[in-house]
Design a protein around this ligand. Structure first.
Ligand SMILES: *Cc1c(COP(=O)(O)O)cnc(C)c1O
Length: 384
């Protein structure tokens, strides 16, 4: 399901949600299809290609076509009821005894799922710092490792893993490479073009962008047996996205290019200004030359370095908690990628065993005036 027209850029195709027009009314916005079932032909066949609402919904497919185009996904894209449903479908496609190597620094809930549920199902999981390619090379077991799972930039330190190098290591061991590209979005990174096999998104975040939909997505490089297995897991397991959510997600993706560009620009400006702040010991943002992953990020990211950054405070954990309590414009909440800027003390939500430093605040930059965002944070930092 590649783009129907290579004549127009991805930005143009996304702005028009692929340019589909309702054939009956000529409406420029397609109707939301809510039917759970479809009429059979007289010979009992389903020539429409739509059989039953769980696997077959036109609104969902329209949104999937937009994402497949953005990710250059030959196998197409699949929407799920959440980011976690999308991610866990990939692991459920493995067999008991298979070995997985995953990023040590990654989305916390998925890391806990891998440590509890995945191992209960007989999957072997090793966590390594995947930005260290030697460590990754040492962790994969040729023949046994079936999946390498990386997140880049990864929560909440914004560690960068070299996707092309990780793909080479995974493939040499006979494994597939899956990339949680939620924070990069298709605008900043194109993992499939760098050699990844599967891209995962918490579409809840910047793809939808308005903090009003829980959704997940996968995009595949090729429709091989592993991908077909995932398609069948979603179809039978039923972790599908509802048509209203699919419609909202598609509306969000129409403005993805301009939102991510503005958010990344503000994040860069904040990162630079906060680097000079007396209450900030360290700014973690891959766009800064001093960030350990900057060189790889400059190579594999485009159109900026994303909207996520973290700060570590000179006065430690208590000052971090107080700063988050004293902001006004920034909203103190979990999640990321929305039009409203969010701030969060991650260590207290992740709990014991987290690799997140206690003095760290995670910032998701939204679409507010970047001067306002800085002024609000500056006042909170100084009073904490
Ligand atoms: C939010 C998030 C997820 C999980 O997505 P849900 O829609 O909340 O299930 C996975 N990975 C990353 C990087 C996320 O930010």
């Amino acid at each position: 399901m590649s783009s129907p027209s290579s004549r127009w850029s991805k930005r143009s195709l996304a702005a028009q949600a692929m340019g589909h027009v309702d054939p009956v009314t000529k409406a420029v916005v397609m109707p939301i299809h809510v039917a759970t079932t479809y009429i059979r032909d007289e010979d009992n066949a389903y020539s429409s290609g739509y059989v039953y609402g769980r696997p077959d919904n036109a609104t969902t497919r329209e949104a999937e076509a937009v994402l497949a185009m953005l990710e250059e996904a030959e196998a197409g894209a699949l929407l799920f009821s959440s980011g976690m449903a999308a991610a866990t479908a990939v692991f459920q496609a493995l067999n008991p005894g298979d070995h997985i190597v995953a990023s040590k620094v990654m989305y916390w809930a998925l890391r806990s799922w891998l440590m509890t549920e995945a191992t209960r199902w007989g999957l072997g999981v090793d966590f390594v710092e995947t930005d260290d390619l030697d460590a990754l090379r040492a962790a994969v077991m040729p023949g046994r490792t079936k999946l390498v799972w990386i997140e880049t930039p990864s929560n909440p330190l914004w560690t960068i893993t070299d996707i092309a190098a990780a793909a080479e290591i995974a493939h040499a061991a006979g494994a597939q490479l899956a990339v949680d590209s939620t924070t990069a979005s298709p605008i900043h990174t194109r993992p499939l073009s760098l050699g990844a096999d599967i891209v995962m998104h918490a579409a809840t975040k910047v793809l939808n962008g308005h903090s009003d939909v829980i959704a997940g997505a996968l995009a595949g490089r090729k429709a091989d047996d592993f991908w077909q297995k995932i398609v069948s897991i979603r179809k039978m397991g039923g972790a599908v996205l509802g048509p209203f959510e699919a419609y909202l997600l598609m509306r969000g993706m129409r403005t993805l290019h301009v939102r991510t560009a503005a958010q990344a620009k503000s994040a860069m400006a904040l990162a630079e200004r906060l680097s000079a702040h007396p209450k900030v010991a360290r700014v973690l943002y891959p766009g800064l030359p001093q960030h350990p992953g900057h060189d790889v990020a400059a190579r594999q990211m485009e159109n900026g370095f994303g909207y996520m950054l973290s700060i570590q405070l000179t006065d430690g954990e208590a000052a971090a908690v107080k700063t988050a309590a004293r902001v006004g414009l920034w909203k103190r909440a979990t999640s990321l990628g929305g039009v409203e800027s969010l701030i969060e003390h991650r260590a207290s939500i992740e709990g014991p065993g987290t690799p997140c430093p206690p003095d760290l605040l995670r910032l998701s930059t939204g679409l507010e005036d970047p001067d306002d965002l800085f002024a609000d944070l500056d006042a909170a930092l100084r009073s904490a």
